[in-house]
Design a protein around this ligand. Structure first.
Ligand code: ZN
Ligand code: ZN
Ligand code: ZN
Length: 370
């Protein structure tokens, strides 16, 4: 499931320990969610039984897992010791013992509150912080293996987009839900391990950015917005393309041209050192200048990696400068209620050599005969 090798995991743990020292965190406690596989390669099931990595700033890390899950753990002795717990043991007490007597403990965002509440009682002297403080900046900067995984996922999504643009996905006469199911099957056929979403929105339905594909039937002359992505080898894809069943109206063609220019400007703005909010502004300015500003109702993009949406967010107010290895979407949209909705989305990686778009299929409003 995870492409990280033991040396990569060792290096990540060393980096997180350095960040813990700087932040004054004595122990890191990670349960379900992506932080755990990022450091251990192990994806925990979201069970009522506790799974938790106990990572002290110094000394050995321990992965506490329910005994029945232990066979699924690929042991990485350089990174953690495995400590399966039996049904009659109290795993929270076990974690507290392994944590020692920390002054400051950091806990993963996705940890169930029932375990945190019990831990508060078991570690009465500890101050609590969010693990994201140290994990967020680390996970934001993708290493070479992660960028390769994102490239592979993006290429698989591109192949599905190419099928859509080439007319291989039947559209006319089908419902949005049927096309969504078709796109989902194609994401799997192209190598994804799972589908995360497949938005299909026809005509005015596309004016709702996260429209749920439903019973609306696609007809000749319609414009269809498709935004889909999945997970491949632990990393996510996410792409949006619109297609037109026949020549689009002048109104839509004009709006699409503005969107196309805005998205390209957003991609080009992804120079290392540029604050995230300036990437947002690069795309937004063009849409505003053309008079569609009030119809671009969301941020320009989101970071992507093990999660579909993660840091860094490409949004006004985010002064974080882009750094090599930041991976994020550039997806401006124009949504005119009751009339139409258009969005164009690529995943981009910031590199020393400039922005590297991972999605390269046709960026136009392709006219399809499907
Ligand atoms: Zn979205
Ligand atoms: Zn998307
Ligand atoms: Zn997206």
């Amino acid at each position: 499931m995870s492409s990280a090798s033991a040396p990569v995991l060792v290096e990540r743990v060393a980096r997180v320990r350095k960040a813990m020292a700087e932040a004054g965190i004595d122990v890191l406690l990670l349960s379900v969610g992506p932080d755990l596989p990022y450091l251990t390669g192990y994806h925990a099931m979201p069970l009522e039984r506790l799974t938790m990595l106990v990572l002290p700033r110094e000394g050995d890390a321990t992965l506490v897992v329910p005994r029945l899950e232990a066979p699924r753990v690929v042991e990485v002795p350089e990174v953690f010791e495995l400590r399966p717990w039996n049904e009659t043991e109290n795993p929270v007490s076990l974690v507290a013992q392994l944590a020692g007597r920390p002054s400051v403990a950091a806990i993963g965002d996705h940890t169930w509150s029932r375990f945190l509440v019990d831990l508060l009682g078991e570690l009465p002297g500890a101050a609590w912080r969010r693990a994201t403080e140290v994990m967020g900046p680390l996970r934001m900067r993708k290493d070479a293996a992660e960028i390769q995984a994102l490239r592979t996922a993006a290429a698989a999504a591109d192949r599905v987009a190419r099928q859509l643009q080439g007319g291989a996905v039947p559209l006319a006469g089908r419902t949005e839900a049927e096309v969504s199911a078709d796109i989902s099957a194609r994401l799997l056929a192209e190598g994804h391990d799972k589908v995360n979403f497949a938005i299909v929105a026809v005509g005015p339905n596309a004016a709702s950015p996260h429209h749920h594909a439903g019973a609306a039937v696609i007809n000749p002359g319609d414009v269809v917005l498709c935004d889909f992505g999945g997970t491949l080898d632990g990393y996510c894809s996410d792409i949006t393309r619109c297609v037109s069943l026949g020549e689009p109206s002048a109104e839509i063609a004009e709006a699409y041209e503005v969107l196309f220019q805005a998205q390209a400007a957003g991609v080009r703005a992804g120079i290392v050192g540029t604050p995230c909010e300036e990437v947002d502004a690069a795309a937004r300015d063009i849409i505003e200048y053309a008079g569609f500003g009030e119809y671009f109702i969301h941020r320009t993009g989101h970071g992507i990696g093990m999660e579909e949406h993660e840091d860094p967010y490409i949004v006004a107010g985010n002064r974080l400068p882009l750094a090599p290895g930041h991976a994020y979407s550039v997806e401006p949209g124009i949504y005119v209620p009751g009339r139409f909705g258009l969005r164009l989305e690529d995943i981009v990686v910031a590199t020393e050599g400039g922005p590297e778009p991972l999605n390269v299929v046709d960026h136009g409003l392709v006219i399809v005969d499907a």
